[in-house]
Design a protein around this ligand. Structure first.
Ligand SMILES: NC(=O)c1ccc[n+]([C@@H]2O[C@H](COP(=O)([O-])OP(=O)(O)OC[C@H]3O[C@@H](n4cnc5c(N)ncnc54)[C@H](O)[C@@H]3O)[C@@H](O)[C@H]2O)c1
Length: 343
């Protein structure tokens, strides 16, 4: 007897991206369409995402944009009808969780539950769930190599970051339970901080990039918090879109893997790289952390290991920080970056 395959090829298949009008959703939609997807439905309540992020897709006959809310199961049941694969992205991250933890927990937990329920009821072939390296937590306990069984650290970290990480842990476990009890095939991808074209102001760590660029464009010296030795680990959005597609295609299920860029950077290296790429003569100034602004700290240098992603779905990152930043800055210069106040 041959084991059932969990592989979902892209060509000719129908996909739903929940939270599709987003940084990750728009780039993944581009890739799925380029790989011959038969239909891509972008489902979003446009609370954060924008029609601008998906405007370039509307002329493609295979694309449908649906206004809906993950808090409403009927919206999801309608959107999942006839769908082969679902990518679940809709969520509130740390900064939004800090502003409104009530809504954040609703969207991240009940929203995930509703998406899973719709997938099971509609017999969706595979769910790819966007988790985060926030499942390892923040604060003094986080250092060294972060692998998939690294425990969650909460002590000494900002509550909003822990609520966000914990909500992603709950989402992952809801996927596992739906697999065990109801046979849903799923892959959890734990994204590190995403950056790239269509970058927004909602991810705390990516602010180091966009705020540096904004200050340089305004003729102001870029800022480095403290000595700048803090580690950050990013992943380029195009690499991440490939990981989403490969998670569908691979014969993998019931697994959670890290998706991170080639190497981590320090915040000082990051700011210096942005300076170098813009050609500015402005030199960074070191400043104290701003009161009231959420900062994602660690206990020392760390690296988010992505070897398990290669084993499970055959993925590894291809775009290094310098090239990814060059593409992001070029997009911001050409497209006219969104104003921070508008987010
Ligand atoms: N951006 C990062 O650095 C990062 C890092 C790790 C994990 N992630 C995860 O990746 C996913 C996508 O991130 P992104 O940067 O593209 O985020 P984003 O904020 O651009 O996208 C989230 C989308 O979900 C939509 N949404 C929010 N609430 C909704 C609701 N109730 N119903 C329907 N849609 C709703 C928003 O309008 C938005 O388009 C999220 O799940 C996030 O937690 C992101």
């Amino acid at each position: 007897m041959s084991a059932r395959s969990a592989a979902l090829p892209i060509d000719g298949r129908r996909f739903l991206i929940v939270g599709g009008a987003s940084l990750v959703g728009s780039t993944t939609a581009d890739l799925l369409l380029a790989r011959g997807a038969g239909r891509v439905v972008l489902f979003d309540n446009f609370s954060f995402g924008s029609r601008d992020a998906v405007r370039h897709l509307v002329d493609d006959q295979r694309v449908t944009i649906v206004s809906g809310d993950v808090m409403r199961l009927p919206d999801l049941l309608a959107a999942t009808e006839g769908v082969d694969g679902v990518l679940h992205l809709a969520a509130m991250m740390t900064i939004s969780m800090d502003r409104d933890p009530w809504a954040g927990l609703d969207v991240n937990v009940r929203g995930a539950q509703n998406v899973i329920e719709a997938c099971v009821v509609r017999g969706v072939g595979k769910l790819v769930f966007a988790s985060s390296n926030a499942v390892y937590g923040y604060g003094p306990g986080v250092a060294g190599d972060l692998v998939e069984d690294t425990p969650f650290h909460a002590a000494g970290a900002p509550p909003a970051a822990i609520l966000y990480g914990a909500s992603k842990i709950v989402g992952e476990q809801l996927c596992r339970q739906a697999h065990q009890k109801r046979g849903l095939d799923y892959v959890v991808l734990r994204y590190s901080t995403v950056y790239g074209e269509r970058q927004h102001y909602r991810a705390a760590n990516a602010l180091y990039i966009v705020e540096t660029h904004d200050r340089i464009k305004a003729g102001l010296r870029p800022r480095v918090i403290g000595d700048g030795a803090e580690t950050k680990h990013f992943v380029y959005v195009g690499d991440l879109a490939r990981a989403n597609a490969m998670a569908f295609e691979a014969d993998a299920s019931d697994v959670a893997v890290n998706v991170s860029g080639p190497e981590p950077v320090t915040t000082l290296q990051l700011v210096e790289l942005v300076c170098e790429l813009t050609g500015t003569s402005l030199r960074p100034e070191h400043v104290a952390p701003e009161a009231g602004k959420v900062r994602l700290t660690s206990g020392g240098a760390f690296r988010i290991d992505h070897a398990a992603a290669e084993r499970a779905i055959g993925w590894r990152p291809e775009v290094g920080m310098r090239e990814g930043l060059r593409r992001l800055l070029a997009w911001r210069d050409q497209a006219g970056a969104p104003a921070a106040a508008a987010e």
